[in-house]
Design a protein around this ligand. Structure first.
Ligand code: G
Ligand code: G
Ligand code: MN
Ligand code: NA
Length: 254
């Protein structure tokens, strides 16, 4: 199947949707952000997750229209949340490395921020280590400029790539998202426990905050709390939710 054709058809027929998962402060339970997660309601293949189609979309050279749909849809949703009195704090968007190859991504983001009156301080951009590895200087400057205006950058899947600590010197991120593979066995695996503890200590010393991903059980929470982890995300708090379910969840918290 021609991926470009598939994608254009999907965009035209509104087959994409976003779900939203809260990120909360581990100590206070306060909402700190909500991450937008992409889904494709495919007419033949059912509900697809990004891992099922993002690579194909990138290979087809179609990640930019896809990413622009995500950005516009999510920022428009923030306007709706405001009207509903939903205190979402920040919206976190996943940005693939391919999207960051040129400055087009920033042009579109800034246009959408203007259209929907979203401030940099209402956004988190989630990037991966692979991006920092070969990021162009002018792209780094774009991030830096937005960060000065209050935007935060999160390093997603932290610990799973090459994880050279020199990335943290090259690019000033605000948040480290500790991959869920380190959290799953944290109560039983001494190595995982040690890696999580050390990452949190490193982050604290560098003035960064750690988000633990995939927090599913009370035991995960208890360990992370004892280690002074800042924030968490996972089924223990809430699963990724539809827009309507997220609004209801927000109203329940208030
Ligand atoms: O949705 P799920 O929980 O399966 O997310 C899996 C991964 O898919 C995320 O870690 C993220 O890297 C990627 N992902 C989710 N939403 C988006 C998106 O809107 N754009 C891009 N480029 N990647 C996304
Ligand atoms: O951006 P990233 O690839 O980190 O996206 C997070 C992924 O983790 C999404 O696919 C989301 O659906 C998934 N997820 C969120 N919370 C949990 C959890 O508590 N446990 C597990 N196993 N996965 C989770
Ligand atoms: Mn993410
Ligand atoms: Na992740």
């Amino acid at each position: 199947i021609n991926m470009e054709y598939e994608l254009r058809r999907a965009l035209k027929h509104n087959e994409f949707e976003l779900c939203y998962q809260p990120i909360v402060n581990l100590g206070s339970g306060e909402l700190v952000a909500v991450e937008a997660l992409l889904r494709w309601r495919h007419p033949a293949r059912g509900l697809l997750k990004p891992e099922d189609f993002i690579d194909a979309i990138e290979a087809a050279g179609m990640i930019n229209p896809m990413g622009e749909w995500v950005c516009e849809h999510a920022l428009a949703q923030m306007v709706a949340w405001r009207a509903l009195g939903c205190d979402y704090r920040r919206l976190a968007l996943n940005i693939s490395n391919v999207q960051l190859k040129s400055l087009g991504f920033f042009r579109h983001l800034k246009a959408m921020m203007q259209t929907y009156q979203v401030a940099p301080s209402e956004l988190i951009l989630e990037i991966t280590e692979h991006f920092i590895l070969d990021a162009k200087h002018e792209v780094m400057l774009q991030f830096e400029h937005l960060q000065q205006q209050g935007l935060q950058v999160a390093l997603d899947d932290f610990g799973c790539g090459y994880s050279s600590l020199s990335y943290l010197k090259k690019f000033p991120v605000n948040l480290l998202k500790l991959d869920d593979s380190f959290i799953q066995d944290i109560e039983t695996s001494e190595v995982d426990h040690l890696l999580v503890e050390t990452t949190i200590q490193l982050a604290q010393k560098m003035g960064l905050q750690v988000v633990a991903e995939g927090v599913e059980r009370q035991a995960h929470f208890d360990y992370l709390a004892s280690l002074g982890c800042h924030h968490m995300q996972g089924y223990l708090v809430a699963k990724p939710m539809s827009h309507d379910d997220f609004v209801a969840w927000c109203q329940q918290q208030a």
